[in-house]
Structure formats: C-alpha cells, structure tokens
Design a protein around this ligand. Structure first.
Ligand code: COS
Length: 380
C-alpha cells in the first residue's frame, strides 16, 4: 500500500493551491455577497487545464487521473466552493459523461470546447418533482422521426445561465419508466429553450443556479447520448463519478475551515493565553484534524478506485456521505472557535459554514448516499 502522491500530482496540487490563494481569495467575500459568477477566474482555471482535467489530450483535456482532479477540487474548495462546483460539474458530469458515452461526432463537436473552457456545460436532471426520486422525470423528449421535441422544466441547475451546452435528461417512452429516459445535448439559443430566474441561495452564491424551461424545443436525434433509453443509466453512472468531485469539495471546505480555525486559535488570546492552549479548543482541533484525515482517505480511495477501473459507486457514496458531514461539522466548529468574529463575513468561516450545507444535498442527498451504500452492502 502506497499513500505517496506522484511528483505530477504534487505539482498539480501546488498549482491549484497557488491559484486559489492568488486568484480566488481576492474578492471571494464580495462575490458571495453579490452572487457574482467568477467569470474571470473560470477563464484562468481553463488556462490551467482545470476544466477538462480527465479528458484525453486529443480532445483538449489535461489527460490526468481522478486523484489529481480530487486534489484540485480540494485546494480550490479550501478557498472558494462556488468556483470549485463549476469545475466539478464541467469535469465530472459533463466532460466525463460525454467522453465515456458520447459518439465520436458528439466528442468532436462538443468535448474540446468544454475541456478547454471555450464554453462550459450543465447537467440537467433535477425537476420540481424529481430530485432524489430521479426516475420520476416529467420533462419529455418525444420522438419525432429525425428529431426530439423537449417540453418541461429543470430545477437548481448549476451553471444554469453561464453554460452553453446542456445535458438534459428527459422521458421519451413514458410507458417504459426509467428504461424510456434519454440524455440529450441541448445548445443554448435553441428556440423554445429559456433560462429561468437565478436562485438566491444560502451558500455557493457565486455559482449561478437557475431553472430551465423547455417549450417545444426541437433537437436533432444525433444529440442523444448512447442507445435509445440509456439516459437514466447515463445519469446514474455520471453522478457516481460526480460524487467523488463533491466529496473532494466537502473535504476542501472542511480543510479550509480547519486551517483558519487553527491559525486563529494561535493568535487570539483569552484568559491570558492563546486560546489554542485551552483544552476546550485544542480538543476541537484534534477532532477536526482526525475527521478530515479520515474523509481524505475515503475521498482518495474512491478516486483511486475509479482510476483502477474498480467499481466506485460504493466508495464514492461513502466518501460523499462522510466528507459532507465532516465539512458541515468542521465549519460549524470553526465558527465556534472564532467566536463573535466567526459570525461576521471578514473571517470567511461563516461563508464556509453556509457553503458546506449544499454538499449534503446536491448530487444525491446524504439519505440517497445511504440508499446506495446499504443496497450495495446488502447485495452480497
Ligand atoms: N449505475 C448504473 N445503473 C444504475 C445505478 C448506477 N450507479 N444506480 C441505479 N442504476 C440503474 C438500476 O440498475 C436500474 O436499472 P435496471 O432496472 O435496468 O436494473 C435503474 O437504474 C433504476 O434503479 P433503481 O430501481 O435502483 O431506482 P430507484 O428509483 O430505486 O432509485 C436511486 C435509485 C435512489 C439510487 C437514484 O434514483 C438516485 O441516485 N437518486 C438521486 C439522484 C440525484 O443524485 N439527484 C441529484 C440531482 S443531480 S444535482
């Protein structure tokens, strides 16, 4: 067993750490406040190859492994989870899905643009009545010979307005249930496709989350990913990898909040000494550090499973379930250690506490992860 990162992985980790400090930290409070999409920062992340990290070089990607991707997600999320979710969705849910299941023509047409950040992508599964219950898709993509006609509404879509390419999950053969669902590529600007209002969110406020409305949207048949009826499996397989990205995001939020709390505890004095000298604070830090290290092992193991070609549904779900809980617990304790200062924006930890919450909800709630885990362990 070897826990050592390769030289290349350490280099990428350092590049992401430097980028986060130099480019994401300035203005992160203001972007959160104003719900401002980090457009300039996304452009720079594209230049660093962060938007198509695992995509083959021939499609403009960085050709890296999932561990490198997790390391980058962790570093970016220590500073700005709004920026890292854009990276996560583009890499895991859009580029990976297209590269793994798309046709050669689809890859030629869309993948290089997505992996180089010329445009960004969105993954559109959730609906007003189909979040966790993902088979209950109400959006339809009816077969009209050489094209589909899409009707319906998607909810809470990350990159909702900033994307140009949308992977839309929709029901084609209603009587077939989940076996009648398709995944269809829809380009922004297609007549009848409208972006709804921006959500005013608790956390990750810099990322743009919108509903999407499809009103008789005509899309050529060649935009369907995989065989007819493959859409639900496509969504499940894609989300299984996405969960590793979000687990790494949660790990980063936890690690970022912990680092700030540790630093603060060594500066702030109370009762004549730095508060880190009080056992009440030191023990909190000990718990945080231990839990973060455990989360890190789960996240890297899931990424490693994916790189080895092992099944990663179970390890990805466990990583997300645990890391998101650690993110939430650590961020709450980081605020506590900061006391009154933790409750104001300048010290960052209140934002991290708000950002942490979504990691227990999106790409499968913690309850959904427990369904995936329990079904997997009870199968044998
Ligand atoms: N990989 C491949 N196929 C999968 C799969 C996976 N990880 N998980 C499920 N499937 C397949 C099943 O094998 C089944 O296909 P068959 O009937 O051909 O065997 C099909 O998908 C339906 O699965 P199942 O019967 O288990 O469906 P359920 O309605 O019970 O739900 C869960 C399955 C709960 C796991 C699924 O709906 C889910 O993940 N929901 C959460 C979705 C989500 O993450 N939403 C957030 C939106 S994205 S931000």
């Amino acid at each position: 067993m070897d826990f050592t990162l390769s030289e290349e992985q350490i280099m990428i980790q350092q590049a992401a750490r430097d980028f986060a400090q130099n480019e994401l930290l300035p203005g992160v409070i203001e972007r959160d406040d104003a719900q401002k999409f980090p457009a300039e920062q996304v452009k720079k992340m594209a230049e660093l190859g962060f938007l198509g990290m695992m995509v083959d070089l021939k499609y403009g990607g960085s050709g890296l492994d999932t561990i490198s991707y997790a390391l980058v997600m962790e570093e970016l999320s220590k500073i700005d989870a709004s920026a890292s979710v854009i990276v996560s969705v583009n890499n895991s849910l859009v580029c990976w899905g297209l590269e793994t299941y798309g046709s050669d023509a689809q890859k030629e047409k869309y993948l290089s643009r997505l992996s180089t950040g010329q445009c960004i992508g969105a993954f559109c599964l959730s609906e007003p009545e189909a979040g966790s219950d993902a088979t209950s898709q109400k959006t339809t993509a009816l077969d009209q010979g050489d094209h589909y006609v899409l009707n319906g509404t998607k909810n809470w879509i990350t990159n909702g307005n900033s994307a140009d390419i949308y992977l839309v999950i929709a029901q084609t053969h209603i009587s077939k249930g989940h076996k009648g669902i398709n995944a269809i590529i829809v380009e922004k600007g297609t007549p009848g496709f409208e972006v709804g209002p921006k959500e005013n969110k608790l956390g990750i406020r810099g990322s743009d989350t919108h509903s999407l409305i499809f009103n008789d949207v005509k899309v050529p048949k060649e935009n369907r990913i995989g065989e007819d009826g493959f859409g639900f499996k496509f969504a499940m397989k894609t989300l299984a990898g996405g969960r590793i990205g979000i687990a790494a995001q949660a790990l980063g939020i936890a690690a970022g909040a912990y680092e700030l709390a540790k630093k603060y505890s060594k500066e702030r004095k109370a009762f004549g000494t730095e508060i880190s000298n009080h056992q009440a604070i030191a023990f909190k830090l000990a718990d945080m550090h231990t839990q973060i290290e455990a989360a890190r092992h789960l996240v890297y193991k899931a990424a490693w499973d994916k790189d080895q070609g092992n099944d990663y549904d179970l390890s990805g779900a466990m990583a997300k379930l645990y890391a998101s809980q650690v993110a939430m617990d650590t961020a709450v304790e980081a605020v506590q250690i900061h006391g009154g200062n933790g409750f104001v924006k300048d010290y960052h930890v209140e934002r991290m506490m708000r950002d942490a919450k979504i990691t227990q909800i999106y790409e499968g709630t913690s309850e959904i992860q427990k369904i995936v885990i329990s079904r997997s362990i009870l199968r044998d």
